[in-house]
Design a protein around this ligand. Structure first.
Ligand SMILES: CC1=C(CCC(=O)O)c2cc3nc(cc4[nH]c(cc5[nH]c(cc1n2)c(C)c5CCC(=O)O)c(CCC(=O)O)c4C)C(CCC(=O)O)=C3C
Ligand SMILES: [Fe+2]
Length: 341
């Protein structure tokens, strides 16, 4: 029997007021190659919503829903980039006598940003806290878990019910540099997850696009961008006929984040309007009761003597313990100019 004293919900963090925006963005981009103009542009996205990202509130609501569901362990909340900072949370856990904890990371897919970087964050925070810090075991990613697939299928159906027949379904996820994508299963997992959700909705076609690209323009990131995708949809009654509308499904975000509010609900929606496309943004998983059940089952799986790991499709349950080279950051370097050597 594997015993754990607590669950840590570990997330990205986001600002909760105008004064938080710049220091938050500085934390996110420290040591990253993000152009200054991009940073100012993103700061404006946050200010557009009063400097408040929904992410922390969504995570607190999920923790509340877990507690109300009779979760068997005390739950702690820590973030990479904003309060409550992971180091403070781990200090608190140590003071409370927690020795061994499971970690639920708020990312359904594996990438440097969603997997390895969180493990590095834990290692750094434990080092800062010093001797007596708890040990942590990360729960596996859940992109093909039946509960996650079921929630997202429900979200897709809700969106399609508001759209004319013949509308397209496009799943979106945060773009990452192609160099980073080569080091992980991010894109394969996204396609697998999207295809499982589409089957659950009896959809015969779906697409995958990316959003929220950052970094210098000469570095290739995953494409197509959601805006280019919308522009590419047939608009006149040609061979296949015009596409009347689109359901945009933020598959890569487990709850509403600034990227969802700004890049989809504002930018993509405005573009769709200009293009004459009906537009519905599907909901995120958020605090759906199935998300709560998902976390219960992931924890039961790790504490049971005879676990039955649930997974749909052909890829099976993802690993519990990451291999040494899992989700390396990758170079993301721009290609050398033609005339240099
Ligand atoms: C894969 C992935 C996820 C999903 C998995 C996961 O959850 O990790 C994710 C989530 C998020 N990304 C977020 C915000 C930002 N991401 C940035 C920058 C970057 N993201 C990247 C990737 C990802 N990001 C990458 C490769 C960069 C380039 C810099 C770097 O190599 O690290 C920047 C800098 C400015 C910009 O250029 O956009 C910001 C502000 C927020 C919070 C939103 C809110 O406040 O509601 C969340 C949940
Ligand atoms: Fe990001």
């Amino acid at each position: 029997m594997n015993h754990y004293d607590a669950l840590l919900l570990l997330s990205f963090g986001g600002p909760e007021g105008p004064d938080d925006v710049l220091p938050f963005l500085q934390n996110v981009t420290a040591g990253r190659n993000i152009p200054a103009e991009r940073l100012l542009e993103v700061a404006e996205h946050y200010h557009h919503f009063g400097g408040v990202s929904p992410i922390n509130g969504q995570n607190r609501a999920l923790i509340e829903a877990l507690r109300e569901s009779g979760f068997p362990l005390p739950i702690y909340f820590g973030n990479r980039n904003w309060h409550p900072f992971l180091t403070d949370t781990i200090s608190l856990m140590k003071a409370d006598g927690v020795e061994r904890a499971l970690v639920f990371v708020t990312s359904a897919f594996s990438s440097y940003s969603g997997c390895r970087q969180y493990r590095e964050d834990i290692a750094k925070a434990c080092e800062a806290v010093g001797p007596g810090a708890p040990t942590f075991d990360k729960l596996r990613v859940f992109y093909n878990h039946p509960e996650f697939v079921a929630v997202m299928a429900e979200r897709v159906k809700e969106a399609l019910a508001q759209l004319p027949d013949g509308s397209r379904v496009v799943f979106t996820a945060h773009s990452i540099p192609q160099g980073m994508a080569r080091n992980c299963d991010y894109e394969v997992q996204l396609r697998d997850s999207a295809s499982l959700i589409a089957s659950a909705c009896n959809l015969y076609r779906w697409d995958l696009a990316f959003q929220s690209r950052s970094g210098p323009p000469q570095v290739p990131w995953l494409e197509p961008d959601i805006l280019d995708y919308l522009k590419s949809l047939p608009r006149s009654a040609g061979a296949g006929g015009a596409v009347p509308g689109v359901a945009v499904v933020p598959l890569g975000f487990v709850s509403d984040h600034m990227e969802v509010l700004y890049d989809l609900d504002y930018e993509a929606k405005n573009l769709a309007e200009e293009l004459g496309l009906a537009f519905v943004r599907a909901g995120t998983a958020g605090t759906h009761p199935r998300m709560v059940r998902l976390i219960h089952t992931l924890v039961e799986e790790r504490t049971s003597d005879s676990p039955i790991p649930l997974a749909l499709g052909g890829r099976g349950p993802n690993h519990d313990v990451c291999p040494v080279n899992c989700c390396l950051r990758g170079e993301g370097r721009p290609p050398a100019p033609e005339n240099s050597r």
